[in-house]
Design a binder for this molecule. Sequence first.
Ligand code: ATP
Length: 439
Amino acid sequence: MNLTEILHELLPTETVSLLCEIGKLAFQRGMTAYAVGGFVRDLLLDTPTLDIDIVVEGNGITFAEELAQLWQADLTIHERFLTATLRWQQPSTCSPVSPSISKPFCTFTLSRLDIATARKERYLQPAALPEVEPANIPEDLQRRDFSINAMAICIAPDRFGELVDPTGGFLDLQKGIIRVLHEKSFIDDPTRIFRAVRYEQRFGFKIERKTLKLICQARDKSILTKLTRDRIKHELWRILQERNPVKPLRRLKQLGILALVAPEIRITPRRLEWMEKTGKWIKWFTESLPNEKLDCEWTLLLPLLPSEEAIASFCQRYQLGERERKIGIALLKGMKRRTPKRPSSWVKWLNPLPIEVALALAANRALVTDENWQRYFLKLRWVRPDISGDDLKAHGISGRTIDLGLQAALEAKLDKGENAFEQLKVALKRARQTNSSRG
Ligand code: ATP
């Protein structure tokens, strides 16, 4: 099957030109290049991605080095795995500009490109990282996780667009099934259990019957305990990065996997609904305030950690920091307070808390369209009084009462919309009252 037409139809012209160029440059060096994995899968699903993985039959690392030089990219090499990544600093101005290309890719937004040597793997021990050695493309595809991820598109000039599908991935995509390529797949690499669930739930597919049996067997043989915590955490975080993480988490629970890797997590319909709403608030927040930093994965997980003990245990298990633990505890405390009425009370309540906590609270109490919460995130929390400590000092106020005066000025501004003059009056009154009551 040849996919040239589909490539032209679904991808930006610049992406197709880039693939052609890579294929040609590899060919000139005596190598054959392929686009592989998720890129091919998503193209065939009609939802193309610009996340391009290239595999070459030949030395992928020297090829990546040459491309990095040609296109002025930063290069990271993983010698042990025969892989390399090219990165460009500013995706918006993009860089793959080759002198040999008549039309520079000046409008093309590519920030990274993965290039690997076609390779086969040997797993010396269950769940340990494999040893790899160079191989041809069918062998490279055979070592992959599922048939739907084991397809390649040749981008060599003489075979451009040719689909390489040695494991029946195309048919499985049409049938909507997730199928491993051999019986020992989950023993070799149990992270594939999480991957299977992630793809199944993302695409609305079904894990094929025999594959499901192999997952259950691997689970019952306690293979998951052989994985490092880091690798499990990586998979859990990838699940949390899905568009709808609720579905794969529910499935992991149903398969008895979650109880093995994160017994602290409590899955109930109410908590899942809270998590889903948290996801919506996170999306709204990151779109409304794109420059603000936010630990999205941890925020999403908070609704599923029901107690201080659960938070502490999960943080310890996955070596999260003190910050994460404190965020969790702050949420439990924050949950005990009623949502206030006055704007100044919102600010007093929420401003001292990490933004992750405020978002989880919002999700617990309101729809993402709620105007009061939106107003807090967009406006209230940034409001400052129109007077300064110096203004109060000029009227003879000093020490800690300055803070109390400024607090009163802020309240007057937030709750009554008072101007600077009125704020000063209120601040001086509060400061003087405090002084006299102390005196
Ligand atoms: P996603 O859309 O989730 O990013 P992807 O297919 O791009 O999907 P990656 O994790 O980037 O996923 O992996 C790229 C490719 O590498 C996969 O399509 C698959 O062929 C292969 N791969 C990744 N992880 C494994 C694994 N644990 N075992 C075997 N093959 C893997």
